[in-house]
Ligand binder design. Structure first.
Ligand code: ADP
Ligand code: ZN
Length: 437
């Protein structure tokens, strides 16, 4: 039996009935905090809930209204602030992948809680104070950098706050300080791998053992590709700035879905059309309620992220339920001539193809009245020195496999390594050139 590491075993293996009691207790406090904000006072009144309303049971959650990203934008900058301003010690903002910024305030206690959740998350992968942690995530308003930074320090690791980019320097730091763990976006780690190849550094010459990968959707085949190329274990990390950031859900050593820390977040999965809960195990939109946040409590926040709850308990013994890999955002979905396609489906196919490189891009154009999809992918450099027929065979194979997965036949373009743009933060995979309606 594999050794299962824990940071706070009693909290992580809490009895489910006891967990439900704790959740109800914390939910009541969260609703109370929420009522301190102008936004929720008005919203709850609009729903016909009196200020004296208290949650009798967890199922009363369904009487509460949803909160959406536009509510946060409309409340900018402080319509959702629930504590006096002098108690706030930090603000974070969403990286704005999808529009105007949203702000989340934190008290000192909020930061302590958050760091605790991230410590618990990373410790579940087996890292300890003997590890050397190189943080390749963006530091700043984006939550990814600072969250892991403080947690890794708290655990006692030596932290290298490298931030993203400057790949040559990353490699030098990894060698000079014998980095054992990195935190990066999956797209950046694949880029780093190509850079290692270019520099003639074999991954086996590095001390690297683990990677925490998150911030953007990626497929199981990408994880496996990264693990095989680099000879490491890669763990999926999920979070969003509205729910603090990293530390909402994280994989344990068993790598079979991400444990959601249910003593800090109430999770629901809903049908994004009907807004009704889906059955356990079915896919839907993740909705979270903060249970421990003082400065910016959020009730039933609709993430737009698509996933499902894994109803079976994890063999590791943790009682906090797991969610499956995020398939994408409901607003990520592309509609190509009426067919729904998620970028993650395309990625899943590309990563299974040996010759397909680490970087790809999906371009959509209008051709007459029809949509045309072009999948550009980097392939190994040696293909370009071989004969044209093998290049054409790879191209055709990719096209056919994509057709089987997404039901439409995109045109496929092969590019040499390094030819497609790389981003330092979240990768921008889709370029949609169709005129907007
Ligand atoms: P935004 O991208 O809206 O500016 P954030 O920077 O807070 O906001 O990013 C959070 C979003 O990033 C999540 O809602 C989710 O869509 C995506 N994300 C984060 N981690 C993962 C992951 N492990 N897998 C897939 N998607 C992720
Ligand atoms: Zn587990």
């Amino acid at each position: 039996m594999m050794n299962i590491p824990f940071h706070d075993r009693p909290a992580e293996t809490i009895d489910p009935t006891q967990l439900a009691g704790l959740q109800l207790h914390r939910l009541r406090a969260s609703v109370g905090h929420a009522l301190c904000t102008p936004f929720y006072r008005q919203r709850l009144a609009e729903c016909g809930l009196p200020e004296s309303f208290t949650m009798g049971a967890l199922s009363d959650l369904r009487r509460l209204p949803f909160t959406v990203k536009d509510d946060l934008r409309a409340s900018y900058p402080d319509g959702l602030l629930a504590v006096p301003r002098d108690q706030v010690v930090r603000v974070h903002m969403s990286s704005g992948t999808t529009g105007a910024p949203t702000v989340i305030y934190h008290t000192a206690k909020d930061l302590e809680t958050w760091t605790g959740l991230v410590v618990r998350s990373i410790a579940a992968t087996g890292v300890t104070k003997f590890d050397v942690f190189q943080n390749m995530m963006t530091y700043g308003l984006f939550t990814g950098g600072l969250a892991l930074h403080y947690a890794a320090e708290k655990l006692g690791m030596m932290v290298i706050p490298a931030g993203p980019g400057n790949t040559k320097r990353q490699i030098k730091l990894m060698r000079d300080f014998a980095t054992t763990v990195v935190h990066a976006t999956p797209s950046y780690l694949l880029h780093l791998y190509s850079a290692l190849e270019n520099e003639g550094v074999a991954p086996g010459d590095l001390a690297l053992k683990r990677a925490f990968l998150g911030a953007e959707p990626y497929s199981e085949s990408t994880r496996q590709k990264i693990e095989a190329l680099m000879g490491i274990d890669a763990y999926n990390s999920y979070g969003l700035s509205e729910m603090n950031g990293p530390g909402v859900a994280f994989e344990c050593v068993l790598k079979a879905g991400m444990h959601v820390w249910e003593d800090a977040y109430l999770i629901e999965v809903i049908d994004p059309e009907t807004l009704e809960p889906v059955r356990d195990g079915d896919e839907g939109e993740l909705v979270f309620t903060t249970l421990r946040r003082q400065a910016t409590p959020l009730l039933r926040y609709r993430t737009r992220d698509l996933s499902s709850i894994i109803p079976e308990p994890c063999a590791c013994g943790r009682t906090h339920r797991r969610i499956t890999r995020i398939k994408g955002r409901s607003d990520d979905m592309l509609i190509i001539n009426g067919v729904n396609v998620y970028p993650s489906q395309i990625e899943g196919v590309l990563m299974k193809i040996r010759e397909a490189g680490s970087n790809y891009q999906i371009v959509i154009e209008k051709e007459g009245s029809l949509d045309k999809m072009i999948v550009k992918t980097e392939v190994s450099g040696d293909l370009f020195t071989g004969d044209l027929r093998s290049l054409e065979a790879v191209r055709r194979d990719i096209g056919n496999r994509l057709k089987t997965e997404i039901l439409i036949h995109p045109s496929v373009e092969l590019h040499e390594p390094g030819a497609l743009p790389v981003s330092e933060g979240k990768a921008k995979r889709v370029v949609d050139n169709r005129p907007s309606l």
